[in-house]
Ligand binder design. Structure first.
Ligand code: DX5
Ligand code: ZN
Length: 215
């Protein structure tokens, strides 16, 4: 499968958020990656439901919403109503992860689970067959523009093995520090979806950056 690109709006200029959404819509990118941070699970605050609701009206491509928040279960239907197509929760934020996954699917969304750099891929074994997306964090969540953690390649290999063993069809999404220098190796290692924030919106020509990273 050819890889998919999901530009992260976190790195866009929020004064021009509509333009960033339009740029993604008119590009070869597949999904909008939308990072929600609460200042508790991660040491940063980004944006939330009203912003997602506003931009939803200007987009057709899937909204891949990455929740970096505690107690995400409280907000599942609210994110669905705001326009999320995929809802990804953190393993480290969900004491009842199986229940959270079922609730996301029951609300009509694709279910994703993100794991922090310190979390072993094996921790997903019991739920992998139930989920649509595994988001491997290749930086510590909370900020755009951080340096890629090299251990991620080994985690992709471990995840592919676990996916085959459990009969899971989950796609492998890599989030953090993805750029033109590591994208090809990540795809060769087995990444299906690449999130890119700084390497798109920090580039002098974001449209050209998307075209290069998506091909
Ligand atoms: C980090 C977020 C990422 C971030 C990626 O906490 O989950 O999605 O926007 O940004 P870059 O590509 O700049 O590392
Ligand atoms: Zn993210």
């Amino acid at each position: 499968m050819a890889h998919l690109l999901a530009p992260s709006l976190l790195s866009a200029d929020f004064a021009e958020l509509g333009k960033a959404v339009a740029l993604i819509e008119g590009s070869a990118a597949a999904w909008h990656h939308i990072d929600v941070m609460d200042g508790v699970f991660v040491p940063n605050i980004s944006f939330g439901l009203p912003v997602i609701r506003s931009i939803r009206k200007h987009a057709k491509k899937p909204f891949d919403v990455h929740l970096m928040i505690v107690r995400p279960d409280q907000y599942i239907s609210a994110f669905r109503d705001a326009g999320a197509d995929h809802l990804t929760v953190h393993l480290e934020a969900c004491p009842h992860l199986h229940r959270s996954i079922q609730a996301i699917k029951a609300a009509g969304m694709k279910a994703g689970v993100a794991i922090n750099p310190h979390s072993r891929v094996d921790l997903l074994e019991e739920v992998l067959a139930d989920i649509d997306i595994v988001c491997l964090m290749s930086v510590n969540p909370g900020f755009g523009g951080q340096r890629f953690i090299e251990r991620t390649y080994a985690k992709i290999a471990a995840l592919r093995e676990l996916r085959a063993r459990t009969g899971s069809k989950a796609v492998i999404e890599i989030d953090g520090g993805v750029d033109a220098g590591n994208l090809q190796r990540l795809v060769e290692a087995g990444a299906d979806v690449l999130v890119a924030g700084n390497s798109v919106f920090g580039a002098p020509d974001p449209a050209a950056a998307i075209a290069a990273l998506a091909s």
